[in-house]
Design a protein around this ligand. Sequence first.
Ligand code: NAP
Length: 250
Amino acid sequence: MNIDLSGKVALVTGASRGIGRETGILLAKAGASVVINYVRNAEKAEGVKNEIINDGGEAEIFQADVSVPEDVKSLFDFIRDKYKRLDILVNNAGIIKDNLLMSMKLSEWDRVIDTTLKGAFLCTQQASEMMMAGRSGKIINVSSVGAIRGGRGQTNYASAKGGIMSFTKACAVELAPKGIQANAVLPGMIVTDMSTRVRKRAGDKILERIPAERFGEPRDIAQLIVFLASDQADYITGQAISVDGGMSIS
Ligand code: NAP
């Protein structure tokens, strides 16, 4: 099956590192022009852009904190000015601030919910307006197996990622008649900066719970996202798909 995203414009939030980085690169390889969003790591975002351009693709970088409405507006103003369209939105930006329920600070709760859930809401609202104009579009939200399994010290993260799943379904119902599909991807334990600490602390124990007997790579997630962003996935909407080597069913 040949996935061709030529002529499409994609935005990947949190694409300077990890899953977002790989997603941006694979979307560009499939022919899309890709906007690489980041919040702090300009150098890394520039590196992703250069890798795409050196490979013959098209990319731009844009700094924006997805939890800040003014930043999100600037990001979408940039996309409107430069491309006049948006075909693919990947709500990937996310953070962890783990703490036990009884010790969790309100700031830790707010930061995680705001980045993941409010960020996805703000970006999806802006993107939907542009997609509705063209009566087509793909929205892919990065949730987590943490949404369905829970996790010690992750009441904030599990709530944000569970919220993203429900948000995806509600968006899918509203947007399907407009030709826009929304789906959620639930990664398991993926080798990125985010999971470094927990893999170091409890890697062996976690591996025992993964039937595939390995951690995931960013590419495992990015490949599904590219498929969901393609015309081949036009009849798939409102779904939450785990990519976790069987972690969530073991
Ligand atoms: P990562 O390596 O820590 O990268 C996070 C990315 O998000 C970076 O590009 C970062 O930008 C960006 N970011 C953070 N806060 C942001 C904000 N407020 N506005 C815009 N961008 C922001 O994380 P990852 O492991 O690739 O995770 C990507 C997504 O997958 C997250 O939603 C995460 O929850 C989810 N996930 C990951 C795993 C895993 O095992 N890794 C498992 C399940 C789900 P800067 O570089 O500028 O800081």
